[in-house]
Design a protein around this ligand. Sequence first.
Ligand SMILES: Cc1cc2nc3c(=O)[nH]c(=O)nc-3n(C[C@H](O)[C@H](O)[C@H](O)COP(=O)(O)OP(=O)(O)OC[C@H]3O[C@@H](n4cnc5c(N)ncnc54)[C@H](O)[C@@H]3O)c2cc1C
Length: 469
Amino acid sequence: MKKIAIIGGGISGLSAAYTLEKARLAGSLLEYRLFEASPRLGGVLLTEHVEGCVVEAGPDSFLTEKSWAVDFCREIGLGDQLITSNDSKRKTYIYLQGQLIPIPDGLAFMVPTKIWPIALSPLFSLNTKMRMAREWFSPSAQNGEHAGEPNDESVADFITRHYGREMVDRLADPLLSGVYGGSASQLSVQAVLPRFVEMEAKFGSLGKGMIAARKKPAGISARPVFTSLRGGMQQMADAVAEKIPLSSLRTNTLIDSLHSEGGQWTISTNGESERFDAVILAVPAHAAACLVQTLSSDLAEKLREIPYSSSVTVAMGFDQTRLASLPTGFGFLVPRSEGKHIMAVTFVHQKFSGRAPANMGLLRCFLSDTHNDQLLALNEDAIKKIVREELRQILGLDAEPLFTRIFKWKNAMAQYTVGYARRMEKIQRLAAQLPSFALAGNAYYGIGIPDCIRSGQNAAQQVLTALSR
Ligand SMILES: Cc1cc2nc3c(=O)[nH]c(=O)nc-3n(C[C@H](O)[C@H](O)[C@H](O)COP(=O)(O)OP(=O)(O)OC[C@H]3O[C@@H](n4cnc5c(N)ncnc54)[C@H](O)[C@@H]3O)c2cc1C
């Protein structure tokens, strides 16, 4: 009987546990335990039900396009709980100089694919619009300056080369800040926008690349962009936990040291130790670095190099009549240059049906320490005051919310900064030197929930393969 330890009970660790459970049910002779420091499972997947509203503390949905998350939900029995975003109302605004300006039609992420809506949009200056037109004639990188370019660069530099700085400030940075809580000037284009890098190499122009991609009969359906769960994202963690025998789950258990000797692992918590044949580390990279320090200081150093951002989400429920002036759409983004704390606001009741009772509306604001490094030190009253003031300035919303819930997430979002690929290659090489060991989590193979699910599944497969040798 082989014994496997999973450290970390977020969605990465849970999906690893579920994969091991399937192997066990299929006849593999194995036993596993999942150790989670906090009293609950799910990590940043946390949902509260407040006055009939579904309040997401962390993620509110995942990308439908990465279909393995939907497949995973179906497999754990949540097929009838899947809901999709109201894409007929999909419109996102950029707050610019006192106005909410819709992101024009015909922009695929930040690549222009239609002329008129963009030409008529007040979001960009004439200068940027001219650059967009000129971008169409960019020479193919196969012959050009960036041919065979081995070096990574920031998203900001990459987008500036194509469309100029204004596109970065008004669109690329706000869009990516909403996903990573980070900054376009730090994020690696190879890690974050790999398709754009490929398009540049092949077509020169991103616009041409995007049009060519759309012409391919790749069976691209007009599926809604976001998928979520009727009762909230925590349903996913709860459903996995139900599939795992209670005897395999250890919450309230912070693992404080990890040793390996003669192919055997010893993990310790509060002076108590247990031996295992394999270990899956599904904790944030900074926590993984502490645990592997004595095993491989080189690996620990590389893991520590992965920066994380901290964020705060603020959910506010309002009487629907107070939100009459809210524009149609999913919400808005705030460029850094506007000098606000709020980076993004989701109009939750418009993005998904069933998130609030008919007489209520739910707004969710996202703030990150990349806009204010003292953010997490602020108390709830101070955060609420800032958010209410900024909602007043941006939306003219003076009403007292019926409820406010504030959630702080310290060092929870990994940043895929420039040099990511090289760093990952070293991490993988160093991790492979440890016996029957695997890493999972949002620092390695993508930050979104689908990627974390897959990283957990792959980590479980990796240790199963190692143990079967
Ligand atoms: C505010 C916010 C909004 C987001 N929105 C979205 C979204 O809408 N869509 C999307 O796809 N993604 C979103 N993400 C990203 C995504 O939710 C996360 O990347 C993913 O859930 C991370 O899962 P994880 O299991 O890797 O890590 P975590 O959820 O961080 O779990 C790690 C777990 O390890 C435990 N742990 C740490 N150290 C130890 C130790 N020594 N011993 C035992 N346990 C330990 C922690 O307590 C924690 O529970 C969001 C993230 C945040 C923070």
